[in-house]
Each structure stands twice: as structure tokens, then as C-alpha cells.
Design a protein around this ligand. Structure first.
Ligand SMILES: Nc1ncnc2c1ncn2[C@@H]1O[C@H](COP(=O)(O)OP(=O)(O)O)[C@@H](O)[C@H]1O
Ligand SMILES: [Mg+2]
Length: 239
């Protein structure tokens, strides 16, 4: 997918530029709700498929590489997201989007590191049949995290992802989902530190106010800050 370059905020333009110029490992970091995961899954060349892995403490290597599952009395290999992305469409490698890699436990983290290694060094052996897999050419990985300081991530990981872009604004295509009067404030509030209000909250407000009184919709979504946010929307509207 391509987006009109002239309208892109700088952070999203950088993302487009690195994708267009052969960078295959990218970290997108910054406040939640700006479109990091969405754009990781859809932007650049994702013709061979895009696969998402959401890291949690409870995940296992089955989520990453795969596992044998019993199906109708037979064991069948079910590939995990990273292996699926390595194999892509069978000819070209696909995209792996790893959300919140910092949440992965030790064992899974080690597997992920192996799957994200440089293409020349990466290989993985299926424990059941001994078949050795390597990433197909074209495999790309985008990692997303809310961690602000890259030093907080393990060096083994950041070593593999030399390009890191801080996303400080919602993607313009995501903003288009919002009614016009909310777009300005959604941009202002996306990276407002502790006062941050996410794009998803504005989306909920936008939807609720179609059926409810505006004040009620604001109270439900913004709580005690409803009044000040309503004022800000009004000011933004006349600006
Ligand atoms: N380019 C886009 N086009 C349409 N919708 C988008 C786009 N980017 C994000 N969205 C929507 O915006 C919301 C937040 O995006 P998400 O990727 O989950 O943010 P993040 O990963 O930064 O927390 C989601 O509802 C998503 O579907
Ligand atoms: Mg995300």
C-alpha cells in the first residue's frame, strides 16, 4: 500500500522511505494507538502475506515457530507466525509484525531472536521431521513497542533492528476514520504524555455521540476530563 507522500507527517514518511529502500528490520515505537501495528501489517511489500505475533508472558514457541496439533486422530504441524512469515507465499518471504516483544518470556524471546537473525545466519529445524527452514528472500520484520528508551530493550534485539522510528502522530489514514472536528485534537493528544488520549478513545467518542447526547458520550469516554476535552474540541472547531 502506498500513501500520498506529500501529506505524511515526518515519522510516517520515514517509515515509507525505509520500506521503499530495502530496510528489512524496523522498530516502530512510541505511544499506543497511532497505527504502528496496522501500518506494519499493511505498508510496503506485503504481497506474500503479513503475520502478527502479539507477545505476552503466556505465549509459547508454538506461537512463534509452531507445534504439532492433534486433528481428527492425526498430528498435523501448525506453523507459528514467524515461520509463516519466513515461508510467505511459498516463493517469497512475508512480513512478520511482532507487537510488544519486550513482554515475551526468556524461552520464546530466544526463539524470536533466532527467527529475526540476519537472513544469512537464520535457520530453524522442525523438531519432528528434521526439515531445516530458512527465511525466503523478501522476509521483513516490523517490531512495535510502547517502550520509549531503546536502551531498555535487550541489546541482542536492538542489534538486529538498526532502524528505529518514533511514531508521534496517528497515521493520516487512521485519522480519516474520525469525523473532521476530532482530527486536530486527536493529533494533539496522541503524544501528550500523561494527558494522552488515544485515537481509539476518540473513535469510541465519535461513535457514541451518534446515538447519545454529546455530553453523555464525552462523560463515558473521557470521565472527569470530559468538560475540558469538549472545550478543546470546540476551540479546535473554530480555529
Ligand atoms: N493506516 C490506517 N488506516 C486505517 N485504520 C488505521 C490505520 N492505522 C491505524 N488504524 C486504526 O487505528 C487504530 C490504532 O491502530 P494500531 O495499529 O492498533 O495502533 P498501535 O499499534 O500504534 O497501538 C486501530 O483501530 C487501527 O485499525
Ligand atoms: Mg499495536
Amino acid at each position: 500500500m502506498t500513501t500520498d507522500q506529500t501529506t505524511l507527517p515526518d515519522c510516517w514518511e520515514k517509515f515509507q522511505q525505509v520500506l521503499d529502500n530495502g530496510i528489512d528490520r524496523i522498530i516502530l515505537f512510541g505511544p499506543p494507538g497511532t497505527g504502528k501495528t496496522y501500518c506494519g501489517l499493511h505498508h510496503g511489500n506485503v504481497e506474500a502475506g503479513a503475520f502478527r505475533l502479539v507477545c505476552t508472558e503466556d505465549m509459547t514457541n508454538a506461537d512463534v515457530t509452531g507445534s504439532f496439533m492433534l486433528e481428527k486422530g492425526d498430528f498435523r504441524w501448525v506453523s507459528g507466525a514467524a515461520l509463516k512469515a519466513w515461508n510467505g507465499d511459498g516463493t517469497a518471504g512475508g512480513r512478520l509484525v511482532v507487537d510488544e516483544i519486550d513482554k515475551a518470556g526468556g524461552d520464546v524471546f530466544a526463539t524470536l531472536l533466532a527467527m529475526l537473525d540476519t537472513p544469512e545466519s537464520a535457520s530453524w529445524e522442525n523438531p519432528q521431521n528434521g526439515r531445516v527452514h530458512t527465511p525466503k528472500a523478501g522476509f521483513t520484520a516490523v517490531m512495535t513497542t510502547n517502550v520509549e528508551e531503546m536502551q531498555e530493550l535487550p541489546p541482542a534485539l536492538t542489534d538486529r533492528f538498526p532502524v528505529r522510528i518514533r511514531i508521534d502522530q496517528p497515521h493520516p489514514d487512521a485519522l480519516k476514520i474520525l469525523s473532521r472536528d476530532l482530527r486536530g485534537i486527536a493529533v494533539q493528544m496522541a503524544d501528550a504524555g500523561e494527558r494522552r488520549i488515544s485515537l481509539r478513545q476518540f473513535m469510541s467518542f465519535d461513535s457514541l455521540r451518534k446515538g447519545l447526547e454529546t455530553e453523555r458520550a464525552a462523560e463515558i469516554v473521557f470521565g472527569h476530563r470530559a468538560e475540558s476535552i469538549m472545550d478543546a474540541i470546540a476551540v479546535d472547531g473554530v480555529a
